[in-house]
Design a protein around this ligand. Structure first.
Ligand code: ZN
Length: 293
C-alpha cells in the first residue's frame, strides 16, 4: 500500500511539474500612456502577437495622460520586479523619480527591457535611460552617432558632426543583419524586406557597449542619409540586457511578420538570454514583405 501511495505521489508530482513547465510563461509588462504615436492602436497589436506566440503572459500599465496634475502620478508605481521583461511603448513626460530608480534597479538586477520605435525618443534628461538605450532620438549635439559602411564595419561619428535624429517619408526597406549569429536573428534571412515604416536616422547617444544586430540603408533619394543606420541593437546594463528596435511607427509597420518575430524573440532573449521561439514560415524574404493577419 505504502509503495502504491509512493508511486501515485510520484506520478502526481511529475504530472504537476510537466504542467507547471508548460504553463511557465515569461511575465512581460508593456508600458504605454503617452506617445506622439497611436499607442492606443499599437499596444493591442504588441499584446496580440506576444500572447499568440505562447511564450508570454502580457500585462499593460498605462501612465496618466500628458499634463496631468502631479498627484495623478502617485498611483503610477509599476512593480517591475514582478516581471521578467518590460517593453516600452511610451514616449512622453518623465516618470517620477522612484519609477526611474525602480527601472534602473530592475534592469541592473537582470530584468529585460525592450524599446520599440518612439520609446527611444523619451527621457532625454534621464542619464541612465540614455545609457540603457545607447542611441535615442536626439539632436546631433547630444552624443555620438553609429552607422556602418558598405562592408558592415562600425563607423562612429562624434557629436556635433553629421545629422541628428530624423527620417524621410515612410517606405518599405530592407533590414540587413550585421550579427547573424545573435540568438534573436539567427536563422533569419540575412536581408529581408520590412513593411512601410519610418527609417530612423542620425540617432544619438553615449552608444557605449553597443552591440549592433541589424541596419537598414538610408537612401538619400528617399530623404535619408546615404548611410547604413542601426535598426536593431542591444546594450548590457548591470546584469540586464536592453534590446532596441527603431522599427514600428504605425499599426501596418507592426503587422510585419519580421517586426513581430524580432520583438517576440528580442523580448524572450532580453528576459532569459536564450531564444526558443521559432522563426515563422511566413517570415519576409529579401524581395517580399509579409504582414500578419
Ligand atoms: Zn514614428
Amino acid at each position: 500500500m505504502k509503495r502504491l501511495l509512493a508511486i501515485a505521489a510520484t506520478l502526481a508530482f511529475s504530472l504537476f511539474s510537466a504542467n507547471s513547465q508548460a504553463a511557465e510563461k515569461l511575465k512581460l509588462l508593456i508600458v504605454d500612456g503617452q506617445n506622439n504615436h497611436n499607442w492606443k492602436a499599437t499596444t493591442p497589436i504588441l499584446q496580440e502577437f506576444l500572447n499568440r506566440c505562447g511564450r508570454f503572459e502580457v500585462s499593460v500599465t498605462t501612465t496618466p495622460p500628458n499634463k496631468s496634475p502631479a498627484e495623478a502620478w502617485n498611483d503610477f508605481r509599476p512593480k517591475f520586479a514582478g516581471f521578467q521583461v518590460v517593453l516600452s511603448n511610451y514616449n512622453g513626460e518623465l516618470w517620477p523619480e522612484p519609477v526611474q530608480r525602480d527601472l534602473e534597479k530592475f534592469v541592473g538586477a537582470g530584468g529585460g527591457l525592450v524599446i520599440v520605435h518612439a520609446a527611444n525618443n523619451a527621457f532625454e534628461q534621464w542619464s541612465d535611460f540614455n545609457k540603457m538605450i545607447g542611441l535615442g532620438w536626439r539632436g546631433n549635439g547630444f552624443g555620438d552617432r553609429i552607422t556602418t559602411n558598405d562592408a558592415g564595419e562600425i563607423v562612429r561619428t562624434p557629436k556635433g558632426q553629421g545629422p541628428g535624429a530624423g527620417h524621410g517619408p515612410q517606405h518599405e526597406f530592407t533590414i540587413r543583419l550585421r550579427d547573424t549569429a545573435h540568438p534573436v536573428v539567427k536563422g533569419m534571412p540575412a536581408e529581408w524586406l520590412h513593411t512601410k515604416d519610418e527609417l530612423y536616422h542620425g540617432q544619438r547617444g553615449p552608444a557605449a557597449d553597443m552591440h549592433l544586430i541589424a541596419t537598414a540603408f538610408s537612401d538619400s533619394a528617399k530623404g535619408g542619409t546615404g548611410a547604413h543606420e542601426p535598426m536593431i541593437w542591444w546594450i548590457p546594463y548591470g546584469k540586464g540586457r536592453v534590446f532596441t528596435t527603431v522599427m514600428g511607427h504605425e499599426t501596418y509597420s507592426m503587422k510585419c511578420v519580421g517586426f513581430q518575430s524580432v520583438v517576440a524573440r528580442g523580448s524572450e532573449w532580453s528576459a532569459t538570454g536564450q531564444v526558443t521561439l521559432p522563426i515563422p514560415e511566413s517570415f519576409p524574404t529579401a524581395e517580399k514583405t509579409n504582414s500578419a493577419p
